[in-house]
Design a protein around this ligand. Structure first.
Ligand code: SIN
Length: 514
């Protein structure tokens, strides 16, 4: 193993085998690149599970300026306008690039793309493949392309545990596999590790996605941005299964309605109703549940008998729960779904640590602001992967030495879920956030397997505590109004630990009961 590893020294390394990671590797070709994947490619990745597709202004009635306006409105004042404009302008070209990889995008009888509608989009602009199987179809094509590209080596079953950094520059990565711990020496690493759903009790993400990339970057000293903005999807299938099954927004886009146990369409007072921005709708559903109701998606009229043809993946999951959406109501509740915040990156995906890039959900480009517009994230991953690869390719591959390191345990998010989930949910308040900080702090500083998940949770909780306003997906009952000025947030692990220590000594926190 060690001889094999040495032959890879100096190659850029992509950590993560989802859409962002594989697209980055493909764009780097013919430069040799190593992809480290925690699982077998395509297994247990949020990319494969994605039901929504890629948002891009491909329709005759659409253009990037309209897409930008919708993105900025949904982002509630916090989008980086220049970055959003750049990404959304590149989106149609990126879709055409994917089509060349033979992804079977859904098309109309005349061969043009069949464009779907999702919440807060003013136009039909969601490109799907096999209806709600978009992620699976895209991943199938990308995996085939990667496997047939000789310059890409994929190592599966290897988990990155710590980045080696000196003088704020990457020197390599310690990883773990069935044979033990291994060090890959390199000065160029791309994080493409996905999101944080595994930190929550109720999420639509694979449970193994517990913020590994955020922990790697934070422990390397990187700056993270907008961590407090976590998106909850309004309609996950309300059952005992975890992770929860997503009932795509596209179902509402095709006419399904939200009603309660009395049959009442309770969104009458919500502007945009079923197609309101996701933060607004998730709160409305949450409040209705909190008031003692049950909430159902009624797809019996629309899409009705077309449901199974249009949404085969969801229909099959519903069948597993004994529900026929053409005939029965689908019980739903909100669940954690996406992280708007991430490792702060510039327009080329570079982080604040030299030689470290981030791409996809783990990165914070500024596109999503305080609330992501549906299906903008796969688009962002595909578009930004090219810019990241170009930047990596421009960075000289200088030699670096091997290193010894500690054994780091595989991250275990289970102990952090009970304190983190209620505090960082749809509705937050200062007391709840402080209680979570107090619970997470000792774990984050320990050598426990939950230390990294706790460190990520701690940074999010401190960012949420510092944001004394309500904006987008961050809603605080003790600060229900929006501040006059929108400002993005930044944090490092060191600053979060310092803030947590200060809080631990403040009378306000000492007086809290858990
Ligand atoms: C959905 O299909 O509702 C989810 C799409 C997304 O999260 O972008």
């Amino acid at each position: 193993m060690s001889a094999d590893v040495r032959s890879f020294f100096g190659r850029p390394i992509v950590i993560g085998g989802g859409i962002a990671g594989l697209m980055t590797a493909l764009h780097l070709a013919p430069e040799p690149v190593l992809v480290l994947s925690r699982t077998l490619l395509g297994a247990d990745t949020a990319s494969t599970w994605a039901q929504g597709g890629l948002a891009a202004s491909m329709g005759n009635d659409d253009n990037p300026a309209l897409h930008l306006a919708d993105t900025i409105a949904a982002g509630d004042g916090l989008c980086d306008r220049r970055m959003a404009k750049r990404i959304l302008q590149a989106a149609p070209g990126a879709i055409e690039g994917l089509a060349r990889l033979r992804i079977p995008f859904d098309r109309t009888a005349n061969g043009s793309l069949r464009l779907g509608l999702e919440a807060a989009h003013s136009r039909r602009r969601i490109v799907h493949a096999h209806g709600d199987g978009s992620g699976r179809e895209i991943m199938r094509a990308l995996i085939a392309a990667v496997r047939s590209t000789p310059s890409i080596v994929v190592v599966e079953g290897v988990e990155a545990r710590r980045l080696a950094v000196s003088d704020n520059a990457i020197r390599g990565v310690w990883a773990s596999c069935s044979l033990g711990s291994v060090f890959f020496a390199t000065r160029r690493i791309v994080l493409a590790t996905g999101g944080i759903g595994g930190l929550f009790l109720d999420s639509t993400n694979p449970s193994g996605n517990c913020g590994q990339g955020l922990a790697l970057a934070a422990r390397a000293g990187a700056v993270l941005s907008d961590l407090e903005f976590i998106q909850f999807h309004p309609t996950a299938l309300d059952g005992s299964e975890r992770p929860m099954t997503l009932i795509s927004e596209a179902v509402r886009g095709e006419g399904a309605a939200l009603i309660d146990e009395t049959g009442r369409p309770f969104l009458e007072c919500v502007p945009g109703a079923e197609l309101a921005a996701r933060d607004v709708l998730a709160r409305a559903v949450w409040n209705h549940l909190a008031n003692g109701h049950r909430v159902f998606l009624d797809a019996r009229q629309r899409p009705g008998s077309e449901f199974a043809r249009q949404f085969p993946t969801i229909a099959s999951a519903c069948r597993g729960a004994g529900i026929n959406p053409a005939r029965d109501l689908i019980p739903v509740r909100p669940a954690q779904h996406y992280h708007m915040g991430g490792v702060a990156v510039d327009r080329s995906g570079r982080t604040s640590v030299n030689g470290l890039w981030a791409c996809g959900e783990v990165a914070s480009t500024g596109l999503h602001g305080a609330n992501r517009l549906a299906s903008n994230s796969l688009t962002e991953a595909v578009v930004c992967a090219r810019w990241v690869a170009e930047s990596v390719a421009r960075t000289p591959a200088r030699r670096t030495k091997s290193a010894c390191g500690d054994e780091y345990p595989s991250p275990d998010p289970i102990p952090v879920r009970p304190s983190l989930s209620p505090a960082l949910g749809i509705v937050r308040n200062g007391a709840g956030l402080k209680a979570a900080i107090r619970a997470l702090m000792p774990i984050a500083e320990s050598k426990h397997a939950a230390a990294d998940p706790a460190a990520v949770g701690l940074m999010i909780a401190i960012a949420a505590l510092r944001r004394e306003e309500s904006r987008g997906a961050h809603y605080r009952t003790d600060f229900p109004h929006q501040a006059p000025e929108a400002r993005r947030s930044e944090i490092t692990l060191e600053a979060a630990l310092e803030a947590a220590r200060e809080l631990a000594h403040s009378p306000a926190l000492a007086g809290l009961t858990s």
